[in-house]
Design a protein around this ligand. Structure first.
Ligand SMILES: [Zn+2]
Length: 306
């Protein structure tokens, strides 16, 4: 562990990415005095304002897409500020780029690099550069971070003084391994570090509740946390965890080992299982008849047969 405060920057493709994959970890760092910032590359409305999509689906007349998109960007910016505040993250930087432009450009690389020189982060957390086979905005931003890390160390055409980001982590690296065939069987993905977020998991759910434009608020916030962070936690004998992959290997004086790992050696198994079994059930219970979107779920078996 570094002996003094460090600066951490999460570089997110879309607004909710600023906290929904590493937010518990970031909350820990905020609480312990580290400087935590977030850079959100796109406005996110065109791809993630699903309330807007639904309005367009229902509209009888042509809609003003640009006006709706601008309002969607504003709404998502406000949601993100409120969500990050739940976790103690207040230093947010928005590029506001269009989120239907999936490709990485040199201009975006340089903009990220200039942000590195401005904020001088010790740790950058971002998306895995091969997420979903590399064909995704997340992957473009992950690659942009690695290119920017290189660009800002030398004498590139950038303002500010050179800075080498010492450590890069890819957040939730295994999340999409089975999502499409391009990711399967590729050795690029692994989990090097799990951060136990059980003590702040409820804050993370409350942050997810702020994202109404994507219908995260309510049941989905709880289910996503339970099956995502809950599954990660279960893998490492705790309740809720976030997982990370290091870009470069760690440099230490001794081999790193936490007291948590030491304790598990001879811990009574009953205690282990109680910890693994802790659930968000007290938060998942919704008031009678009050689904957040007002719609009952209807399973239609006939949809599965030709
Ligand atoms: Zn995203």
């Amino acid at each position: 562990m570094a002996s003094g405060p460090i600066r951490i920057l999460v570089v997110a493709a879309h607004p909710a990415d600023a906290f929904d994959q590493a937010g518990g970890t970031l909350a820990h760092h905020v609480a312990e005095g580290d400087q935590v910032s977030a850079l959100i590359v796109t406005g996110g409305a065109r791809s993630h304002d699903w309330q807007m999509v639904d309005r367009h689906l229902k509209a009888d007349e042509p809609v003003d897409l640009e006006k709706d998109s601008d309002e969607g960007h504003e709404k998502k910016t406000d949601e993100t500020r409120r969500a990050c505040a739940e976790l103690g993250i207040t230093d947010l930087h928005f590029f506001g780029l269009e989120d239907d432009e999936e490709m990485l450009t040199q201009e975006i690389v340089f903009r990220i690099a200039e942000k590195f020189r401005e904020l001088r982060p010790h740790i950058v957390i971002t998306h895995h550069p091969y997420e979903e086979g590399g064909f995704k905005m997340h992957a473009s931003v992950g690659r942009g971070v690695l290119y920017a890390r290189r660009a800002c160390t030398g004498s590139s055409r950038l303002s500010g003084k050179p800075w080498l980001v010492p450590v890069v982590y890819f957040m939730n690296p295994m999340a999409y391994v089975n999502h499409n065939s391009l990711n399967q069987g590729v050795g690029f993905f692994r989990s090097d570090v799990y951060v136990d977020i059980t003590d702040v998991v409820e804050k993370k759910v409350r942050a997810m509740d702020c994202i109404e434009s994507q219908y995260y608020a309510g049941l989905y916030a709880r289910k996503a946390t339970e099956i995502g962070d809950g599954a990660h936690g279960n893998m490492v004998m705790t309740s809720y965890a976030e997982q990370f992959q290091r870009y470069t290997a760690q440099i230490c004086y001794k081999l790193p080992m936490s007291d948590f790992e030491v304790r598990t050696a001879d811990e009574p198994r009953e205690q282990t299982m109680i910890r693994r079994g802790y659930m968000l059930d007290h938060m998942a219970s919704m008031p009678e008849g009050q689904r957040p979107n007002g719609l009952p779920y209807e399973f239609d078996r006939d949809l599965y047969d030709p």
